[in-house]
Write a protein that binds this ligand. Structure first.
Ligand SMILES: Nc1ncnc2c1ncn2[C@@H]1O[C@H](COP(=O)(O)OP(=O)(O)O)[C@@H](O)[C@H]1O
Ligand SMILES: [Mg+2]
Length: 686
């Protein structure tokens, strides 16, 4: 990486009229101009900086005398002014042109002039050589995404970037300050494409090709184009924050079947005041009515006489139902853009509240499922929101998530301290979501150390035995029937997906298979064996009730003695606790979390019905395993040996059930789940 001097480039070629018709870089702040404030923090680092470059347009030079002004403002700085003939597509093009024009190479910082940021952390990071590209970032708390490019950041690495909306990628969402460091200016000319408008498009390409892009959090900065300042400015310029469409008769004034313009409107108490309040808040008010449009002059006169405020009037509408249609904005992902209120005739709108909240997304959590889990900030409160779009498969998304909330509520009744606090659900035309308490200190049990896992599992199973599984009861049908139905619906129904894959099929169809040198019956043979009386006696559940359904260590949160369950999934309203035992074994015995998220190779060889695994699950932590078997012996009223076999058997069934989903990751993952399903069911039945 080059260690040469740094060029600092300020694009001042924008034509944006945010601040009226003034040329932004020269707007006076009281302590100097915008551009002087932007340059000031670099002074301390001038020994590393070779020159400042300013890029403006010919029209700016003509109107504002840019060269001369800059020379007067920065007498101590070596600098150059590049004058471009005409406006470019956007900031990326402006910078790329300037770099070409001056033949700039080596280290480059590009910095906007509508802020003055503390660049010390940036220079520290440059000194440490943390990346080919370094982005100073800003907490988005309370900011309006429309004014930002947004990055997803994990461990100071930028994993995604987008303009005015949330990027894909997990991690914390932060605002990218209009400032970029590039280890080599040549990257710009190499990566710039004609359709790139923003520098973030170029950064996105760097991320895509795997170059290290680092984030440096900035704590101190002053933004002149700051959205809040912008908001105040907008309010000053009468920029509206939303629209209200409001009916007249029966809503604002006493309903008249046949309007009589000779008589004054009888305004319902408080209604005109309410409209005035909304107008003052910045809403644009459109009155809508079925009254005859031919009488518009009379209507306007009557409204004026009644002192009902409005900005526009639409007359002659049908008197039938009215619908409001609008799209959800990517820059305000959680803010509803279409709302309707129906009120009772002649009751007035005095008590109608249209209060709108503006929640923002602080981060996206990594999860294993169909749903999106977000950390949301609203009015200084943080909470977790899990959401699904209704655009995709409804039974896989919407119904599942709604069911998950029902189960969380059930757990909340049975054992409130075992789940996060629940804050309610939202169901509208485009999405379903529910909100819950954010547990900032808790960690997934899969990420805790063995001693914590032991404490947590003991406490978890104790509570589950007493409060949840304790209410299990016998069902109308026998455990045998339940097991047969379970196998038919959950296992046989998925085998087709497996049989279509030549690498997977032999483990199902062969009479015998060999896994890591041990011989087991093939899956078909195994499943047939299950229907023998002895094995049914051994494996079929006898009591049914509330269960978690996906009780792996990835769905248990733990901190300092406190265990919370999240992400209930896949269980029926009343189901067999053995399914939870199987899921716990999936974490403890099959070490699912170890292999399912890694792209290491899982096999030494896999041919036909002979499979040799490269990844072998280490023996279970013995005290944890023993604790688990002991507790489950209590829960199920079974011997320890029977618990171990049930654990292997139901874990095996879970491994088989996941094969079609693992196939979407890779054939190796699917084969690994299948082979281990066969192995553990084989052991359970032996
Ligand atoms: N209440 C919460 N407090 C803190 N973190 C949470 C909370 N709920 C979920 N998370 C985080 O979000 C991740 C995904 O949540 P989860 O419900 O398991 O989603 P998925 O269905 O995608 O697996 C969890 O692994 C955890 O890191
Ligand atoms: Mg989960």
């Amino acid at each position: 990486m080059s260690r040469g001097p740094i060029t600092v480039l300020f694009p001042i070629a924008g034509t944006g009229a945010r601040h009226g018709f003034k040329y932004r870089p020269f707007i006076e702040l009281g302590t100097g101009t915008f551009i002087e404030a932007a340059v000031r923090p670099f002074k301390k680092w001038s020994h590393l900086i070779d020159r400042l470059v300013f890029v403006c347009l010919q029209e700016h030079e003509a109107q504002h005398d840019v060269r001369a002004q800059i020379a007067a403002m920065f007498p101590d700085w070596p600098h150059e002014v590049v004058v471009l003939p005409a406006a470019t597509r956007g900031p990326a093009a402006t910078v790329a042109r300037a770099v070409d024009t001056l033949g700039i190479s080596g280290r480059l910082i590009v910095c906007d002039c509508d802020h003055s940021i503390d660049v010390d952390p940036l220079f520290a990071a440059i000194g440490d050589g943390v990346g080919d590209c370094i982005l100073p970032t800003w907490k988005l708390k309370g900011e309006d995404l429309r004014a930002w490019s947004v990055a997803a950041v994990t461990d100071n690495r930028v994993t995604g970037i987008a303009e005015k909306r949330l990027p894909s990628g997990n991690g914390e969402f932060v605002g990218v300050i209009g400032c970029v460091y590039l280890a080599d200016a040549l990257l710009l000319s190499q990566l710039y494409r004609d359709d790139d408008a923003y520098l973030s498009d170029i950064v996105a390409q760097l991320i895509e090709r795997g170059s290290p892009v680092a984030a440096v959090p900035i704590e101190r900065a002053e933004f002149f184009g700051d959205p809040r300042k912008l908001r105040t400015a907008r309010a000053r310029h009468n920029v509206r924050i939303g629209s209200i469409f409001c009916d007249i008769d029966g809503v604002l004034v006493e309903h008249e079947d046949v309007p009589d313009y000779q008589r004054a409107l009888r305004v319902l108490p408080g209604s005109a005041e309410r409209l005035r309040e909304w107008a003052a808040q910045g809403y644009f008010i459109v009155l809508t009515t079925a009254r005859d449009a031919a009488k518009e002059a009379e209507m306007r006169a009557a409204l004026a006489a009644a002192e009902i405020p409005f900005h526009d009037l639409v007359m002659g509408l049908p008197s039938g139902p009215r619908f409001l249609i609008n799209d959800r904005k990517p820059s305000a992902l959680l803010v509803s853009q279409a709302t309707a209120f129906e009120v009772e005739r002649n009751q007035g709108i005095q008590h109608l509240s249209i209060s709108q909240s503006y929640p923002s997304v602080a981060r996206r959590f990594k999860g294993g499922s169909f749903a999106e889990t977000l950390l949301v900030e609203d009015d200084e409160k943080l909470f977790v929101r899990k959401r699904v779009s209704k655009r995709e498969n409804l039974s896989l998304g919407y119904s599942k998530l709604k069911n998950q909330y029902r189960t969380l509520e059930r757990f909340n009744r049975l054992s409130p301290d075992l789940v996060p606090g629940l804050y309610g659900e939202h169901d509208n035309t485009i999405e379903y979501s529910y909100d819950m308490e954010y547990l900032p200190q808790h960690r997934l049990l899969s990420e805790c150390d063995p001693s914590e896992r032991l404490v947590a599992t003991r406490s978890l199973l104790g509570l589950m035995r007493e409060r949840v599984y304790g209410s299990a009861s016998k069902l109308g049908r026998s455990g045998r029937e339940w097991l047969e139905t379970h196998l038919a619906n959950k296992i046989y129904a998925r085998l087709d997906a497996v049989l279509n894959h030549p690498r997977l099929a032999p483990l199902v169809t062969a009479r015998e298979v060999m896994i890591d040198g041990e011989v087991y019956p093939g899956l078909r043979e195994l499943l047939v064996k299950v229907s023998s009386d002895d094995l049914l006696q051994l494996l079929a559940p006898s009591r049914f009730g509330t269960i978690h359904g996906d009780l792996t260590f990835e769905n248990v949160l733990y901190f300092a003695g406190d265990v919370r369950l999240i992400d209930m999934d896949g269980a029926d309203y009343v189901d067999a606790p053995e399914l939870d035992l199987g899921k716990l074994f999936q974490s403890i015995v099959a070490r699912y979390e170890d292999w399912a998220h890694s792209d290491r190779s899982l096999f030494e060889s896999a041919q036909g019905h002979e499979v040799v695994c490269q990844y072998r699950a280490p023996d279970p932590e013995s005290s944890l395993h023993q604790l688990c078997v002991d507790e489950w012996a209590e829960i199920l009223g079974n011997s320890r040996d029977q618990v171990a076999r049930k654990g292997w058997f139901f874990m095996g069934l879970h491994l088989l059930r996941m094969v079609p989903f693992r196939l979407r990751v890779s054939e190796d993952q699917a084969l690994y789940a299948l082979a281990n399903g066969v192995r553990w069911i084989g052991r359970a039945l032996a």
